[in-house]
Structure formats: structure tokens, C-alpha cells
Design a protein around this ligand. Structure first.
Ligand code: FAD
Length: 318
């Protein structure tokens, strides 16, 4: 079976859920080989084995984490030259997409970004993407070189496989040209206790209809263990930070459940959330365009509906 490289997304050896999803997808295409950059590979090993990595290639050259993405792209190109994978899967976040783009140039290969699904078909990896602000869904396949695919969070449900991968240290040489942007400081994001927006399985978002009070949004999100999102109208009004904006000029999310409260459903907002598996809207206007998109709609005032829903969820949990 051919090898499929998966670039591991981790923080000091704690593997992110997106990597479990990539390994699950990789198993549809061949034998998953995880590429681990930085320190903490021993800590990461159980999680990588749990989701089916047959081997872990460890890249511990400190230059890989001292500089921005260019060294990682160089290193991955060297690994790919040795392993000759049938595909390379990378998480669709800002760093992942930049690495993927640089890697595609180095390997003279086709690149597909933001896949929401990847299946084995037609003798290779066929992806599904939502394009043109979500107006079309396309199936695509790389026809030149090694397919490099960035995959959005929640594209697959992680499936356990229980393997015991061996770790192989791999020496890479980083060129001076790749060492031009050094990381001088790195700060962890502010701890909210909530899941990261782009990785969350559930998101509760608020819009102009909140009137600036995100209390009911946050309380409902917390009752569900969800992340909080916001429309641009809410962000532009200064009610919520831009890091939480969902949409064309914000984050693209694809959770299992997306709750839009007080959001009208403008095309630019939809572009960031319409691949969510289940969409629920709470809006006091029955004619709001968001209702064209939803699986479940509640016509009502979010300041009444959300606290009632929060109470009900909390009651059922206890
Ligand atoms: P509105 O459209 O004003 O809708 C508010 C909704 O709340 C209404 O439907 C109303 O009925 C409802 N409501 C009011 N009070 C209540 C209540 N008490 N209870 C329940 N419902 C209530 N927008 C984004 O979101 N993300 C983007 O990334 C983005 N990028 C953009 C990029 C460009 C180039 C442009 C031109 C626009 C972009 N926009 C984006 C803006 C977008 O066009 C809309 O203006 C924005 O999404 C509207 O936000 P909203 O739905 O919160 O507000």
C-alpha cells in the first residue's frame, strides 16, 4: 500500500483533533505516515498510534521551529522525496496552507486547499470543496505530481485504529534562504476555556441581533461546550473581537452544529459557515434569509430563546 504523509498539528506534543481527522482520512487512501516537527514526539505517539499512524517521522532540527513556515516546507519536501507518498495531507489553517503552497511549488505538484471531504476514488484522492463564497460545491483531483491537500477541521469523524508506530528520526538540511523570518516571540492565545473556533464541534454565533450583549451567546455556548463566533456586524460594532468573526473576511468553520443567533444570513457570513453539518438559527424575523439555509429555525427573540435553551441543556446534563 502507498504511504500517505500527514503533517502533525500539535502544541508541545499534544496532538490536535485535526490530526486525528487527517489520519482517519489518510487511512482511506493508503498507509498513514505522520510527520512530527519539533519537540514532544514521545508525548504525541499514543495519539498518533490511536488513529492509525503506521510510522512517525520525527524532524527535531531546532531551526524548524525557530523560523516561520519556510523551513517546514523545505523539510517536508525532503521527506516526500525519500518516502514518495501518494498524497500529503495538511490541516487547513493559516500555517498549514502556507506550508502546503510552498511545498507544492517545491514538488511541482498540484494543490487543493480547504477540502471538506477526501475519498479514494478514480485511482487517487478525490476532494470536495465549497467554492465562490460557498455558491458551488466541487469535486477535484490533483492530476500532476504528488497531491497536496489541506483539509478543513471536522471534515471527518476521527476513527480509532490502534497501531504502534515506530519513530524514525529524519535529518533535514535547511537552506539560508528559508531562514529569513525568525520567530521572536510566541504567545498562547487568550485562554477562554472554550474550544478553538475553527476546530470546535459546536459553535454558537451572535450577530447584530444581540444588540451588543453576548452574554446569552456565551452562556449557551458554555452549556454545550461550544466555541463562540460572531458576524462582521457584531465585530465591526466592537462587540466581539475580530478573531471570532465567521465569514468571507473572517474564519471559515465547518462544525457538526452551528447556531446563528441574531444573524440575518448575508452571503458573506454564509461563506464561512454553510458547510456546517447542522445549522440552527434563532431570529425574530421569520423572513430572515438565514432561514433558507437552516436545518432547524426558531423564530423568536434570542434574549428569551437562548436562556431557555441554556437552562434546558444544563438541566438535562445534571
Ligand atoms: P444584520 O444583517 O443586521 O442582521 C441582524 C439580524 O438579527 C436580523 O436578521 C434581525 O432580524 C435579527 N435580530 C435582531 N434582533 C434580534 C433579536 N433580539 N433576536 C433574534 N434576532 C434578532 N459578514 C460576516 O458575518 N462575516 C464576514 O466575514 C463578512 N465579510 C464581508 C466582506 C465583504 C467584502 C462585505 C461587503 C461584507 C462582509 N460581511 C461579512 C458583512 C455582511 O454583508 C453582513 O453585513 C453581516 O453579515 C450582517 O451581520 P448580521 O447578520 O449580524 O447583521
Amino acid at each position: 500500500m502507498s504511504n500517505v504523509l500527514v503533517l502533525v498539528d500539535h502544541t508541545a506534543g499534544t496532538v490536535r483533533k485535526t490530526t486525528a481527522e487527517l489520519l482517519t482520512i489518510a487511512r482511506r487512501l493508503g498507509e498513514p505516515v505522520a510527520v512530527f516537527v519539533g519537540e514532544g514526539v514521545a508525548d504525541a505517539l499514543p495519539a498518533l498510534g490511536q488513529y492509525g499512524a503506521t510510522k512517525v517521522i520525527a524532524l527535531s532540527n531546532p531551526e524548524l521551529t525557530q523560523f516561520l513556515v519556510a523551513p517546514k516546507a523545505e523539510a517536508l519536501a525532503q521527506v516526500a522525496a525519500k518516502i514518495e507518498p501518494s498524497a500529503i495531507l495538511i490541516s487547513s489553517n493559516a500555517e498549514g496552507k502556507e506550508i502546503a503552497a510552498r511545498l507544492a511549488v517545491k514538488l511541482d505538484s498540484g494543490l487543493i486547499t480547504d477540502a471538506v471531504d477526501v475519498v479514494a476514488a478514480d485511482g487517487g484522492a478525490v476532494t470536495t470543496q465549497s467554492v465562490f463564497a460557498g455558491n458551488f460545491t466541487v469535486q477535484a483531483k490533483v492530476t500532476h505530481g504528488t497531491p497536496i491537500i489541506t483539509v478543513k477541521p471536522n471534515a471527518a469523524t476521527p476513527e480509532a485504529a490502534e497501531t504502534s508506530p515506530e519513530v524514525e528520526e529524519f535529518d533535514v538540511t535547511i537552506s539560508d534562504a528559508a531562514k529569513t523570518a525568525r520567530i521572536v516571540e510566541s504567545k498562547p492565545r487568550e485562554a477562554t476555556g472554550r474550544p478553538e473556533l475553527t476546530e470546535a464541534a459546536i459553535i454558537v454565533s451572535g450577530g447584530r441581533g444581540t444588540g451588543g450583549d453576548f452574554g446569552p451567546i456565551e452562556a449557551f455556548a458554555d452549556s454545550l461546550g461550544a466555541a463562540v463566533g460572531a458576524s462582521r456586524a457584531a465585530v465591526d460594532s466592537g462587540w466581539y473581537p475580530h478573531a471570532y468573526q465567521v465569514g468571507q473576511t473572517g474564519k471559515t468553520v465547518s462544525p457538526q452544529l452551528y447556531v446563528a443567533a441574531g444573524i440575518s444570513g448575508a452571503i458573506q457570513h454564509r461563506a464561512g459557515m454553510q458547510t456546517s453539518k447542522t445549522i440552527v438559527a434563532v431570529n425574530k424575523d421569520p423572513e430572515a434569509p438565514i432561514f433558507e439555509l437552516v436545518d432547524f429555525g426558531v423564530v423568536g427573540d434570542l434574549h428569551k430563546v437562548l436562556p431557555t435553551a441554556t437552562e434546558e441543556v444544563t438541566k438535562r446534563k445534571s
